[in-house]
Write a protein that binds this ligand. Structure first.
Ligand SMILES: C[S@@+](CC[C@H](N)C(=O)[O-])C[C@H]1O[C@@H](n2cnc3c(N)ncnc32)[C@H](O)[C@@H]1O
Length: 256
């Protein structure tokens, strides 16, 4: 896996890079044609392509996951992640979101990690079926799997509460050390209030993982304090849902 460092031009405000991209015609179709694809519509077709690439049972799961992480929530995370370079997907499962974020920004090279070898194999197949190249999937535990190089970004979608409480901080510390300076870590998780929302989520998680696995949720303030104490600059937003999931999206930027 390759190293990555943020070039000085990438420190420019997004608005400056955006204007330059338009003037180069990078957001458009062909030369001289300046078209702008509406991200939500693009997101929907990316999701449909992923669902079609999956066998029936996994397709049903994907439809549930994409109805929980709706296109608007995905778009928030899409905009927080770097648009190119190596990006870690911790607890990638079947690779649903690697296939999504890999489609929305083709310059990304996603490295997915999950302890479940069957899911990793499925993630490889999904990317191959969609025709996505340059992404790799590694079977292993994010706490100690061998990962080389540095990463422009990382995301952890509904995985932190599956990590035992005592291992959560060391894992975030590891991710910080794997990020390039100014790299961004996006954590999507479930906060602990309101209590009804937490219990609703816990029940569904128990249906998925059974009674033996640890479920270690934290209040979003605790995640914020932990990430800040690890040297990240932290921003977060609670995202409402029609179902009572207490979603929180956290963007943690590593210092220079
Ligand atoms: C709720 S699923 C989320 C999967 C995917 N991120 C998504 O949003 O659809 C939790 C995933 O975390 C993975 N996981 C659990 N413990 C892990 C660990 N120590 N390291 C990496 N992944 C882990 C599980 O195998 C599972 O695929």
């Amino acid at each position: 896996m390759s190293s990555f460092s943020v070039r000085p031009s990438e420190r420019e405000p997004v608005s400056t890079r955006f204007v330059r991209a338009i003037s180069r015609g990078r957001l458009g179709g062909g030369a001289g044609e300046r078209r702008f694809e509406a991200p939500e519509i693009y997101g929907r077709s990316a999701i449909a392509r992923i669902a079609r690439a999956l066998p029936l049972v996994e397709r049903a799961y994907a439809n549930v996951r994409f109805s929980i992480l709706r296109p608007k929530l995905l778009s928030v995370m899409d905009l927080l992640l770097p648009d190119e370079g190596p990006i870690l997907d911790i607890g990638c499962g079947f690779g649903l979101f690697a296939a999504y974020f890999g489609q929305t920004q083709p310059g990304r090279r996603i490295v997915g990690v999950d302890p479940d070898a069957r899911r990793i194999e499925m993630a490889r197949k999904v990317c191959a079926k969609i025709g996505l190249e340059g992404h790799t999937f590694v079977a292993g535990d994010a706490r100690d799997v061998a990962l080389e190089g540095t990463f422009a970004g990382a995301y952890v979608l509904d995985v932190m509460h599956h990590i035992p409480a005592a291992d959560q901080r060391p894992l975030l510390e590891r991710l910080r050390d794997l990020l390039a300076p100014r790299g961004v870590l996006v954590v999507k998780d479930i906060t602990t209030e309101p209590a009804l929302g937490l219990e609703f989520t816990r029940l569904l998680d128990r249906v998925m993982v059974g009674w033996d696995e640890p479920l270690a949720y934290r209040h979003h303030r605790e995640w914020g304090e932990m990430l800040t104490s690890l040297g990240f600059h932290v921003r977060m937003v609670r995202v409402p849902d029609v179902l009572p999931y207490p979603h929180v999206v956290i963007a943690a930027t590593k210092a220079d």
